[in-house]
Design a protein around this ligand. Structure first.
Ligand SMILES: NC(=O)c1ccc[n+]([C@@H]2O[C@H](COP(=O)([O-])OP(=O)(O)OC[C@H]3O[C@@H](n4cnc5c(N)ncnc54)[C@H](OP(=O)(O)O)[C@@H]3O)[C@@H](O)[C@H]2O)c1
Length: 230
């Protein structure tokens, strides 16, 4: 399988590169020019297409011939970077390719999520301050995902809980709606978020789903193992 990783130089991206290589996949990475050095340890094992991830020409080149595209959607800046990135992938990925996007729990597919007050407060405060400071635009990630949800591609949008670093604990469990008891612990290892993204490429039950994930060894995942999806 040939896989393109859009946003390969970030923490999540680098973990995805490693998981994909571990599976024997051919990897094409896209990252901003100034971040190429972050991928030095993969030199000779992946093909790199440097450039802005919202540049349609960069994405067209990178996704050519790929069976799957893993895209890190980030809200940084106020120029619609996430929306441009998602649109470029939607427009240029091969017909029938598996498209897997990352985002946070604040994205909702059907409006049925029940958010903890802390998350609502964070989104409201961070969202407003970030936009005033022209540092980030959470609505950009929302718009990016809206376009993905409306597309007729074979998409999955993986919604990450709070993240921590550390060794893998295994494939996270997931549920359709934030507020479901299995997700209560709200914590996932970043390496396992990446594992779930790569896993989604070959799990057709995740097509047109927006799984909200949580670490498989967290207290809520253990307590509600029967209702968890994995
Ligand atoms: N952090 C959390 O607690 C959290 C929680 C839930 C979900 N998530 C989701 O997890 C995914 C990864 O998030 P992460 O926080 O762990 O970050 P990350 O993996 O380190 O990735 C950050 C990405 O953003 C890019 N980036 C940074 N500054 C940028 C800028 N000014 N303009 C354009 N791109 C820029 C980085 O590219 P360079 O390498 O070129 O800098 C990198 O590809 C995202 O989809 C996020 O929504 C995160």
């Amino acid at each position: 399988m040939r896989v393109c990783i859009v946003g390969a130089s970030g923490k999540l991206g680098q973990y995805m590169v490693q998981h994909a290589l571990d599976r024997g996949y051919e990897v094409v990475g896209v990252c901003r020019e100034q971040s190429v050095g972050k991928l030095d340890r993969f030199e000779g094992r992946i093909r790199l297409v440097p450039g802005p991830t919202n540049d349609p020409d960069v994405i067209r080149t990178a996704v050519a011939g790929c069976d799957g595209v893993l895209t890190v959607l980030v809200p940084w800046g106020v120029e619609g970077y996430a929306t441009g990135t998602a649109q470029a992938v939607l427009d240029h990925a091969e017909a029938g390719a598996r498209l897997v996007f990352s985002c946070g729990w604040h994205i909702t597919l059907d409006g049925q999520d029940r958010y903890p007050w802390k998350l609502r407060l964070f989104v409201a405060l961070f969202g407003r301050l970030a936009r005033i400071a022209r540092f980030a635009d959470l609505d950009d990630q929302v718009e990016a995902c809206r376009r993905v949800f409306e597309s007729d591609t074979r998409w999955t949008v993986v919604r990450g809980s709070d993240l921590e670093d550390g060794p893998s604990e295994g494939l996270p469990v997931w549920s359709r709606h934030v507020g479901d008891p299995v997700l209560e612990s709200n914590l996932t290892r970043r390496i396992d978020f990446a594992l779930f993204m790569v896993h989604a490429l070959t799990d057709d039950t995740l097509i047109r789903e927006a799984p909200a994930i949580v670490g498989c060894t967290t207290p809520s995942a253990r307590a509600h193992a029967g209702s968890a999806r994995s």
